[in-house]
Design a protein around this ligand. Structure first.
Ligand SMILES: Cc1ncc(COP(=O)(O)O)c(C=O)c1O
Length: 381
């Protein structure tokens, strides 16, 4: 049984009294994740995979265990999981690691976060064709890569990834799951993707750690982006032999505490149940969208609120002013601006929106407070 009052007790930061409606930018962190990281720093702080003494062995086991948890979270194998810094880094790694040739093409959409757009746009300077689709219906079957966001960080809508995978032909498929991994039970086998990326900090975990899933079959299409400590089997003064995947992709000392914290975050989410997590954020976003739509002069973007996100504007008031007033008058934290999705803003016909995003610790009362505070903003607009 999902009990939001009980969940809130795990987030000491909420005692500060603000209403946090910006989890799509970065979520809050529960005590269990903080404790997992502290435990590492306090009790077995050492580097991994190198030391033959107890703290190093314990740290290595905790790090490997985190990789296993992340693999299970998306129904992958642990040798398909690379720890990265973030979703953005994961996408850039793929963009840099594929062997692009003059005339290759990459397909993406207008709905993307800049992190899933700019790495591809840059390739156009190297003779790669970049096709930006306005919907999900007509991807080429022979592009080198199709790169789609699973859930929009502006509209909360969900892309038909499984269908795209069925129709993709020879193209590789990359899924930006930054906004879906926090809300859905993901299964890379069902999704049918070759690459999938997401960040811990949007799903109760620490900042500075993310996951890049690379399907075993796709691993031969990419070259290790960085080389150094931990990536080799043997080195001579003249040459080297790389070790196996994923270690061959994780040069240098990784974010050990971050990985352990990420493992604790997915433990926490799984304990709540991803079905409950999704249902809760969806219920709050639907309530928010309904209440905001009833306010005169408020525009709500998007038709359905699948993953806890509601974007809106108040008359022609700049979104930043709306956000600042909500903070000032009611201690409500919402994001404002173009949300790193300028092409989508252009399509929506605005410069930016205010965006409320909901997660496991938010309540119906908070939605009501948001609606009431927006009514006050409308009076002043
Ligand atoms: C859909 C989407 N993709 C990518 C990103 C980038 O994530 P990160 O900043 O963790 O790299 C975000 C962040 O808001 C996002 O919403």
């Amino acid at each position: 049984m999902f009990d939001v009052r009980r969940v809130r007790e795990d987030f000491p930061i909420l005692k500060n009294g603000f209403i946090y409606l910006d989890s799509a930018a970065s979520s809050l962190t529960p005590e269990q994740v903080l404790q997992a990281e502290l435990d590492y720093y306090r009790n077995f702080r050492a580097n991994i995979h190198r030391g033959l003494y107890k703290p190093s062995i314990q740290a290595s086991e905790a790090f490997d265990d985190a990789r296993e948890k992340l693999a299970r979270f998306i129904n992958a194998s642990k040798d398909e999981i690379v720890f990265t810094k973030s979703t953005t880094e994961g996408i850039n790694l793929v963009a840099n690691a594929l062997d692009w040739k003059q005339g290759d093409s990459v397909e993406t959409t207008l709905f993307e976060h800049h992190s899933n757009l700019l790495p591809w746009l840059r390739l156009s300077k190297r003779g790669v064709k970049v096709n930006i689709r306005e919907d999900y219906s007509s991807f080429s079957k022979s592009s080198k890569l199709i790169a789609v966001g699973h859930a929009s960080n502006v509209l909360g809508s969900v892309a038909p990834v499984e269908r795209i995978a069925r129709e993709k032909g020879d193209s590789l498929l990359l899924v930006d799951a930054a906004q879906s991994a926090p809300h859905f039970s993901l299964d890379v086998k069902k999704l049918g993707c070759d690459f999938l990326v997401f960040s811990a900090h949007k799903m109760l975990g620490p900042t500075g750690i993310g996951v890049l899933y690379i399907k075993r079959d796709a691993q031969k299409t990419v070259n290790s982006p960085f080389l150094g400590g931990g990536t080799i089997r043997a080195v001579t003064a003249e040459d080297y032999e790389l070790t196996h995947f994923p270690e061959s992709w994780e040069a240098g000392t990784p974010n050990i505490a971050g990985a352990i914290g990420f493992g604790a975050a997915v433990d926490y989410l799984k304990k709540l149940g991803m079905g409950n997590v999704h249902a809760h954020s969806k219920k709050l976003a639907e309530k928010a969208a309904k209440e905001l739509r009833e306010i005169n002069c408020v525009t709500v973007y998007g038709e359905k609120e699948f993953n806890g996100i509601v974007s809106f504007n108040v008359k022609s008031m700049p979104a930043h002013d709306v956000a600042a007033m909500l903070d000032e008058s009611a201690r409500i934290c919402v994001r404002s601006g173009h949300h790193c999705a300028m092409p989508l803003m252009k399509k929506l016909g605005c410069n930016g929106t205010a965006r409320a995003s909901f997660y496991v610790y938010n309540t119906e009362e908070e939605v009501e407070k948001l609606a009431s505070a927006v009514k006050d903003v409308v009076q002043l607009a």
